[in-house]
Design a protein. Sequence first.
Length: 104
Amino acid sequence: MDRIFRALADATRRDILRRTLSGEASVSQLAAAYDMSFAAVQKHVAVLEGAGLVTKHPQGRERVVRGNPETIERAKSLLDRYEQIWRARIDRLDALLADTTERQ
C-alpha cells in the first residue's frame, strides 16, 4: 500500500493513471502531453508500474500502458476501512460530549 500511495502523491502520475484508466496509451503518447522529457515520463510510468497501478505491454515497437483498476479498488478498500474506524471514533466522541453537556 505504501508504494500505491507514494505513487499517487505526484500530480503527473495521477494524471497518467487517469488517462490510462480510460484507455490504453503508448509511453510516447503520454509523453507528448507533458512539458518534460520522454525519459521523465518513462520514470513516472515505472513508478506507477512498480506500485501495480499500471501495466505495460509491447505493441509493435512501442510500449502500451494500461491502468489497473483492481489496484485502485484495493486502495479504496483500505481507505474505506479507515473511514469506518474514524467514523466510529467520532461517534464515540459525540456521545461523550453529549453526555458531558447533559450533566452540566
